[in-house]
Write a protein that binds this ligand. Sequence first.
Ligand code: NAP
Length: 352
Amino acid sequence: MSEKIRVGILGATGAVGQRFAQLLENHPWFAVTALSASERSAGKPYTEAVNWRLDTPIPSELAGMVVSACEPNLPCDVVFSGLDSSVAGPIEEQFATAGYAVISNSRNHRMDEDVPLLIPEVNPDHTAIIPHQRRRRGYGRGFIATNPNCSTVGLTMALKPLADRFGVRQVSVATMQALSGAGYPGVSSMDVLDNVLPYIKDEEEKMEREPLKLLGRCDGERFEPLVLTVSAQCNRVHVLDGHLECVSVKLEKKAEPEEVNDAFRTFSGLPQALGLPFAPARPIVLREEADRPQPRFDRDTEHGMAVVVGRVRPCRLLDFKFLALVHNTIRGAAGAAVLNAELLKAQGYIGA
Ligand code: NAP
């Protein structure tokens, strides 16, 4: 325990914060030594402060831990942020200024010109911007690294093997997004039962912008986004966990259906090569049945860290269409951030 890297959770009482607490239990490299949330929760033991909504018990070593206010005096070196985006921006900056490595889920700093937006299988080299960020912002040892919006993770992981092998020019995507994506208590049952909500604030803009940064280049001082047009339509449906996305793509080079399937099936990245603890053995799992993936059956594939792709077929408007499923609070949020932290440790940015 004493040799592990000490980590804290900012926003530990929220939907994403609870996932952090759950996923970090028994992590081989990280030990949770601090929990923090708003003034409403500060000073209370975690069991009292949190409305625990996961199907495993609260980790025993966290149950009695007293929740702190979100001030940069926590007994840890790394913080995972699941803070509400209305407050995350300045709080994360305060922690980075105080020398903490800030691994964030929130949208506030994702598109900053000196902050890496990371999916370790897609753009692990973008961490090279961190020394520039530290110099530019005077952060010393601290820094901010972010993971994308939950729907963006599913889309971009599915696009990556196609972009590498064939090039991708245009993407049309329509999502069916789970309730846990809206936090807790989230959407009112009166609004969503027997219904589909055809609007999620700011979601389409994030899905149209973030993949370009993720699939682009980084030269250590700036990002060059991929030239790609994404058109997104986002809907909230009454599924608990797991965002399902209907994707159509226009490729640069002609491809046969079996070549597209092969690109998905054989996709692998640096986390797999390094054997990072949270790396799924297969980052993309291709289902060949006519009616998969489905959120209830497929969201926990590879412990929720794989993107499950299926129904790959020609598209009459663009070139190919398929479905992609991502577990929004694991691969789309807390699990994504833990894998980012593992990558950053392997690259020497934390724990060195
Ligand atoms: P949530 O359930 O509403 O939790 C928000 C957390 O922020 C709570 O711990 C809350 O603490 C804390 N907080 C609120 N105001 C605060 C303040 N003034 N000072 C300190 N802490 C404060 O939200 P969520 O769904 O977990 O989302 C958290 C972040 O992750 C958001 O930025 C969201 O966009 C992003 N995200 C979410 C998902 C998802 O699937 N849910 C996926 C990707 C990204 P109290 O309990 O004390 O109020």
